[in-house]
Design a protein around this ligand. Structure first.
Ligand SMILES: [Zn+2]
Ligand SMILES: [Zn+2]
Ligand SMILES: [Zn+2]
Ligand SMILES: [Zn+2]
Length: 159
């Protein structure tokens, strides 16, 4: 399991309570009241939720999987270093890459094709992936394929 940071102050002076609840000590001090958040999806705990097993916020499990720090570590794979899970940019389904072939995958739910590394629908860098001296100064150089962080994606998909 990942060790989350406080969604408010981004620090890790936190204490896990029962169920999925956690408390940020620094925020509680600043706010002069207990600042609670969901350990799994890393969002502020809704004040009207009495159960402690789940924050009841939408996409809690999806966010928890995407925020997990687990990375693919297969040096031979084109997706080495990527987060283990990705959300499909089309339908938000949780997807993994089998580690074979090019970084592009096709979502089995909505047939959207995208690059597992940079999540663009068409990744132009796949050809030059193994090219060691990829350094031509052509004016319409494709943007390099950079491995995106899932926090970017969550913000982008507004999950
Ligand atoms: Zn905090
Ligand atoms: Zn949650
Ligand atoms: Zn999809
Ligand atoms: Zn890419």
């Amino acid at each position: 399991m990942n060790s989350p940071k406080c969604p408010n102050c981004q620090q890790s002076d936190i204490r896990k309570l029962d169920g999925q609840r956690a408390v940020c000590r620094s925020c509680s001090k600043v706010k002069r009241c207990v600042f609670q958040f969901c350990w799994a999806c890393q969002r502020e705990w809704p004040p009207n939720v009495s159960t402690t097993n789940s924050c009841m916020l939408p996409n809690c499990a999806l966010r928890a999987a995407l925020l997990s720090v687990k990375l693919i570590s297969e040096p031979q794979s084109s997706v080495n270093g990527c987060p283990y899970f990705r959300a499909c940019p089309g339908c938000h389904a949780l997807l993994t890459h089998n580690g074979e072939g090019c970084p592009n995958i096709i979502c089995p739910h909505c047939n959207e094709e995208f690059c597992f590394r940079c999540l663009r629908p068409e990744c132009y860098d796949t050809e030059s992936y193994d090219d060691e001296d990829y350094d031509d100064d052509d004016d319409d150089d494709p943007e390099p394929c950079v491995i995106l962080d899932n926090t970017e994606i969550l913000r982008h998909l507004e999950l």
